[in-house]
Design a protein around this ligand. Structure first.
Ligand code: BGC
Length: 941
């Protein structure tokens, strides 16, 4: 009988890691585990969960092979209850050792558990006034066995006990749709409490609640008063519980922070923190008007400092008649500057400005729009002090610091801040630029996953744009454990959806107007696509269960808008937002018809809703929406697809959608559409022609119709616009626009020019699934598809992912005509392996596997008989084509290589030997002789 190693400590709902879970909001948390090693042939046939509460253990035996998100087997947890859980697994009669235990402690699950009241400062802490501190003193007699602090706020808070920060969480309680859900955190403060006198204090900042929010220059969107909710529960060694709750006895005072805002930065006058400074003080008001029923436990990782980046280069520039220091951290990141200064007199002012790029040697602040992104300090004296804000964050690579001369690089660092998500996905290859592109995607995820998924982290926006995340979801779920993070955001999305199903363009919604809810394809479709992506990648059907009403409401809404002809047309649309042809100020002026995009999304959303209903066993609903999806596909084809597979508006994005989402009725139309897409890419000189909507799909669509080599050329293009162009320009994050920095080094003048916007980085998902070849074939990677399609220009590539079942990996390399594939398949899964260049498909179980086959790329080389080739083949031969196109430019026929490719769209089927005629049909025209000679030389014709 096969045996296995002990399973890992159970994952409790979506809490990763193996530490205790504190303050769980779930009374019946589901459990998951992985089995790190097992002998060949081992399969789980049963498991046993042991739940220990109050010293009593109960064991629950369950038959079957489930190991991901299995139901909580015991009585539900009550508020504050602590249980310890461990698991063991069996193959037939043979049991594994027990896993290590994991402790889960419930939070405050009922509103009635709160004895605390929200309190607001009186007479101070008003909007645009210094940040207030609310505090209380208390005395502890006897020994403390345990102390828990439950806290939330209107605004953001920094909590201290006896002057020490109670945790490294920052910007708590984070940002949710505050009207519907306000998060509280649970902290273990046992070690901070002392016997005798204690002081608990909360610095309150404006944050998302009362600070500036959105690009309409709004502020105080949720209310104009900061407020705190805190409940400290101290258990003595004798077991008595003393509760200290925020109430009317607390006091308020101003702090040294005289202004704070997420967009504009933080200003501190440290002289106000010196003992004896007459800070205004006041009482607090109990806010019984605040509804506690919206409180929800923080079941996702907190925002915290994740790492710090040292200064790479420091230099001085002239500024405002004086001098300032520019610090380059070498990486565009999100967080703040930590600066150590010494020897500067009281009253000295230090100002730190932030920017993502430099232009003409100065910070380029235009892309920040109205965000001031400036932190400043007035010092209190000459002793050494570390300056670091706590009520703001910025997106920047460069800081300009004034007020400190002779700044030493070791005194300054970039503190990277974000939601502490576990990294779960990696990619590497032999292609340096591609690896940097991937690294840039990782940085843009980190920088924009700050409690909610945002569009950008630097300008006066930083909003949860639904379209951006919908597009990027598959990439994000591979790179990081986003199950809880995105699940939380989807709960907000559903909470904010209008009763008629309309989805706001940003979640949480800040625009609060009619336009913000006008159904927009690809943006509103986040309601259906994101839950489905999460389910595919995590195996969590619970997310479908939770989101189903939201998914249904959205589909009903857009089906209704489409009407009986099943075509969703007219009205407001973002379309293929920011395609490369869109002028700087008209991001929606794409070449793709927005109506085509809208109807494609209706078909997709109806289809996904049908599939979700089927997963949940709602067969009638599944049938209803599958039929709707079919009707929409039929209408789409009738209106937009010609018999020969031309899709209306004839742009890269519409073909990408039609192919990737199965909108083409016949195999012939699909084949011809694929060919047309490939031709559009070729004659665009293998440069990208898509915006937000088409970008994640275009490589898949090419590969699925037999044009993977064209997809590889598109992927590896370095000219603008392309994925690698920004990398050649020194990008360290993904840019919002294909040309946020233009080839001449100038910043794109469009009012929307971020250098940290993940949407166009959605291609990373294709790197994982196709270039490396690691994809989920069944929800949660229960079955894995391993199907690398090795680009000719790469000698190796690899991807690794921590699936819900454990680590899966693929690595391939080519050497001396051999292609070697090494894979790791986690226990509990099976992989279907497609060996490139062969028809072979193998199914393998867990463990390490390795194959070697003849390198499919090796046969591609060799001198071609151009008399049998077409102009299309010529474009496909990168070397020969580049030389010929260069000759066309030199002969003055076209201004650049891109224009040379564009000129050939109508001649792709022409014999390659006639390419000179395709360029210049008449011998008498200028350049004719030169291009004919070049063709003769290159093609021997
Ligand atoms: C955001 C985008 C977003 C778009 C839609 C922009 O301002 O930065 O990423 O999707 O607006 O209008």
């Amino acid at each position: 009988m096969a045996s296995c190693a002990a399973p890992t400590a159970p994952r409790i709902e979506h809490h990763s890691g193996d530490g205790s879970v504190l303050g769980s909001g779930c009374s019946r948390p589901r459990l998951s585990w992985t089995v790190p090693r097992a002998e060949t042939g081992w399969v789980q046939t049963g498991y046993e969960v042991e739940v220990t509460r109050a010293g009593v253990s109960e064991q629950f035996h369950v038959a079957g092979d489930q190991q991901v998100l299995v139901p909580w087997p015991a009585e539900p947890l009550s508020s504050r209850e602590v249980t310890s859980v461990r698991v063991r697994v069996a193959h037939e009669q043979q049991w594994s050792p027990w896993s290590p235990p994991r402790t889960v402690e419930a939070g405050l699950l009922q509103t009635a558990d709160w004895s605390a009241h929200f309190i607001s400062p009186l007479g101070l802490g008003a909007d645009l006034m210094p940040a207030p501190v609310l505090s209380t003193n208390f005395t502890v007699l006897g020994h403390v066995a345990q102390a828990r602090l439950y806290a939330s706020a209107h605004g953001i808070y920094v909590a201290t006990l006896n002057g020490r920060r109670i945790s490294d969480n920052v910007l708590a309680p984070g940002w949710t749709s505050y009207e519907h859900r306000l998060r509280y955190h649970t902290y273990d403060v046992t070690d901070l409490i002392v016997e005798g006198d204690n002081q608990l204090g909360f610095l309150l900042g404006n944050g998302w609640y009362r600070g500036r929010l959105g690009y309409m220059n709004d502020r105080a969107l949720y209310g104009d008063r900061l407020a705190l909710l805190a409940q400290l529960e101290v258990t003595s060694t004798e077991g008595t519980v003393h509760t200290l709750a925020s109430d009317g006895s607390w006091t308020a005072r101003e702090s040294e922070i005289v202004a704070d805002d997420l967009y504009d930065g933080q200003r501190s006058d440290l002289r106000r923190a010196v003992a004896g400074y007459p800070l205004p003080t006041g009482a607090v008001e109990v806010r019984d008007d605040v509804d506690l029923s919206t409180l929800t436990a923080a079941d996702l990782p907190p925002i915290r400092p994740l790492q710090s980046l040292p200064a790479q280069q420091v230099w001085t520039i002239a500024r405002h008649g004086g001098q300032a220091t520019i610090v380059d951290f070498g990486q565009n990141g999100v967080g703040w500057v930590r600066l150590r200064v010494r020897g500067l007199a009281a009253g000295t002012e230090i100002v730190i400005r932030h920017a993502e790029v430099l232009e003409d040697g100065q910070l380029a602040t235009l892309p920040l729009r109205s965000a001031q992104a400036t932190d400043s300090w007035i010092l209190a004296g000459a002793e050494e002090v570390v300056l670091e804000p706590s009520l703001t964050f910025h997106g920047f690579r460069y800081a300009e610091i004034s007020g400190v001369s002779d700044l030493r690089p070791e005194d300054v660092e970039l503190v990277v801040v974000g939601t502490d998500l576990e990294r779960t996905g990696w990619f590497s290859s032999s292609h340096e630029l591609l690896d940097r592109l991937h690294e840039n995607v990782v940085w843009s995820t980190r920088g924009n996953f700050v409690d909610i998924p945002t569009d950008c982290p630097q300008r006066d926006e930083r909003l949860g744009w639904t379209g951006d995340l919908q597009i990027f979801g598959p990439t994000a779920t591979f790179l990081f454990d986003t199950a809880a993070f995105l699940g939380n955001w989807l709960t907000d999305l559903a909470a904010e959806q209008l009763p008629d199903g309309s989805v706001p363009h940003v979640v949480p919604d800040v625009n609060r107007n009619e336009l913000a809810f006008t159904p927009a394809a690809a943006w509103g479709d986040a309601a259906t696509i994101v839950p489905w992506t999460l389910y595919q990648r995590t195996g969590d059907a619970g997310v479908l269960e939770r989101q189903l009403p939201s998914m249904r409401a959205w589909v009903d809404k857009i089906a209704d808008l489409a009407g009986p002809d099943r075509l969703w047309s007219g009205g407001f649309q973002y379309g293929d937002w920011l395609d490369p042809t869109a002028p700087p100020e008209e991001a929606d002026k794409a070449v793709s018809d927005p109506d085509v995009i809208a109807t494609a999304h209706l078909a997709r959303s109806a289809q996904l809703l049908a599939q979700a209903a089927a997963v949940l066993g709602r067969d009638d609903e599944a049938d209803k929406y599958a039929a709707l999806a079919q009707e929409v596909r039929t209408a789409f084809a009738a209106a937009y697809v010609s018999p020969v597979g031309r899709v209306h508006s004839d742009a890269q994005a519409v073909y990408a959608l039609a192919i990737a989402w199965d909108l083409l009725p016949t195999p012939a139309q699909r084949r011809l559409a694929g060919q047309r897409l490939a031709d559009l890419v070729r004659t665009n000189d293998f440069r990208i022609g898509t915006g937000f909507v088409g970008t994640p799909l275009v490589c898949d669509a090419l590969a699925a119709t037999g044009h993977v080599d064209v997809a590889h050329r598109l992927l590896l293009q370095t000219q603008c616009p392309s994925w690698l162009y920004p990398v050649t320009m020194g990008a360290t994050t993904i840019w919002e626009r294909w040309d946020s920095l233009r080839p001449d080094g100038s910043v794109n003048p469009g009012g929307m020019t971020s250098f940290n916007h993940y949407a166009l980085g959605a291609v990373a998902d294709w790197l994982h699934r196709s270039v490396a070849g690691l994809a989920s074939a069944e929800p949660g990677y229960r079955r894995i598809t391993i199907a690398p399609s090795p680009p000719a220009a790469l000698t190796h590539a690899a991807a690794r992912h921590l699936t819900p079942y454990g680590e899966a990996s693929v690595a391939w390399e080519r050497a001396e005509g051999q292609f070697t594939l090494s894979v790791l398949v986690p226990v509990g899964t099976q992989a279907e392996v497609h060996l490139p260049g062969t028809e072979q498909v193998l199914t393998v179980g867990h463990g390490e596997h390795r194959w070697s086959v003849a390198d499919p790329g090796a046969s591609r080389s060799g001198v071609r008989d151009w008399s049998k080739a077409t102009v299309r083949d010529l474009l496909d031969d990168e070397q020969v084509w580049t030389q010929l196109a260069t000759a066309a430019v030199q002969a003055g026929i076209v201004p650049d290589v891109g224009a040379a490719a564009a000129k050939l769209l109508k001649y792709l089927d022409t014999s390659a030997t006639r390419v000179g005629f395709a360029f210049v049909p008449d011998d008498r025209f200028p350049g004719a002789a030169a291009i004919r000679a070049a063709a003769y030389r290159l093609l021997s014709c």
